[in-house]
Design a protein around this ligand. Structure first.
Ligand code: SD4
Length: 347
């Protein structure tokens, strides 16, 4: 017990040193000493609508786990959102394949990757968590499990997404070695499939990562996506990978990621953010440090891609940091239902 107290004290000193480095002395959120709960934060502007659904659960004293599942259902079934769930942009073979994961306050987690035909992959991920001895199911096996558990098989490719895919196909170059998402960055592809500038102003329509702290003081998180548009068949990003796209530690905080998943996986981004918060970093400082790891590892690539981290700590303080301008996150708590915060950016 004593050594634990000492560790926390040391961690707090570490955090104070950090603030001298140009980072805010206080994390966004409540005043010192107060726990701001319940609260939900989620990635991008579309997080506002998702947070509202989550708030329905949180405001009634519900569990953060139920809140994040209900919250991300909103973009998952939104036909105008081409990067999550139904109507997500397909892979380069024209198949919509979804990745999602969920994690609760007890360290339980579930995940699905490359799942087809199911509108709400997050709920399949939750079923994996609750009904199987496993953490992750993929592809055909994930679909089989979903159907066995009462999920309906549906066509997720809408005419609009199909049109965008066919447009992309006109100039697509098949390059199995190079991640196809990067071709446009390297000037070899068409702007139509640049994941940062997809048709329909998709800049603000990306993976949803949501983390929440409930009235009981427990944290949970969810992350769900159709992945990078026109990806190679079988490609899985960070979003369904516990520790990369999402991580929750009920002692410390929770974090989630959006952007080019390959780079998030390389630094085990969300786990890193949570571990930094354990050492005393504010949510924003932790997100910044994780972004800096990516910059240090791949400085040239980092200039060309977007990655954003979003974090919430046990006190209900939140913060984010990203590579490029343009990343936003949405906050709902007792004082606000629709705040959108611009993530600070490195470049
Ligand atoms: C992925 N991180 O599949 C997800 C998708 C995303 O901007 O956030 N794209 O890599």
């Amino acid at each position: 017990m004593n050594s634990r107290r000492n560790f926390l004290k040391t961690a707090a000193i570490g955090a104070a040193a950090l603030t001298a480095d140009g980072l805010p002395a206080m994390a966004a959120g409540p005043k010192k000493g107060k726990v701001n709960k319940p609260i939900v934060v989620s990635t991008w502007d579309f997080g506002v609508a998702a947070n509202k659904a989550a708030w329905q659960v949180l405001s009634k004293g519900g569990r953060a786990l139920d809140a994040v599942e209900a919250g991300v259902h909103v973009p998952e079934s939104d036909p105008d959102n081409h990067t999550v769930g139904y109507s997500g942009f397909p892979d380069r073979d024209g198949r919509v394949t979804l990745d999602a994961c969920i994690m609760d306050e007890l360290g339980n987690c579930g995940s699905v990757a490359a799942l087809e035909h199911i509108v709400h992959p997050i709920s399949v991920a939750r079923k994996v968590m609750e009904k199987t001895p496993h953490v992750m199911l993929v592809g055909e096996g994930a679909l089989q499990f979903a159907l066995e558990n009462g999920f309906r098989k549906e066509n997720l490719l809408t005419p609009e997404s199909e049109k965008a895919w066919k447009e992309w196909l006109k100039k697509a170059e098949y390059k199995p070695v190079i991640n196809i998402e990067n071709q446009s960055f390297e000037g070899k592809g068409t702007s139509a499939f640049n994941p940062l500038r997809l048709p329909g102003n998709a800049w603000n329509h990306d993976t949803i990562g949501m983390v929440a702290l409930d009235e009981a003081g427990n944290l949970s998180g969810a992350c769900t996506t159709s992945g990078m548009a026109f990806k190679m068949r079988g490609r899985v990003g960070d979003s369904p990978i516990i520790g990369a796209g999402l991580y929750v530690d009920n002692e410390v905080g929770a974090a989630t990621a959006t952007g080019v998943g390959e780079e998030v996986i390389r630094v085990v981004g969300s786990f890193l953010v949570v571990e930094l918060m354990r050492q005393g970093y504010s949510p924003e400082a932790a997100c910044k440090e994780a972004v800096m790891r990516i910059v240090k590892k791949k400085p040239a690539k980092a200039k060309e891609i977007q990655i954003g981290f979003l974090a919430l700590n046990k006190k209900g303080e939140h913060g984010a940091f990203c590579l490029q301008q343009g990343f936003t996150y949405a906050v709902a708590d007792k004082s606000t239902q629709d705040t959108i915060i611009k993530g600070k950016h490195y470049f």
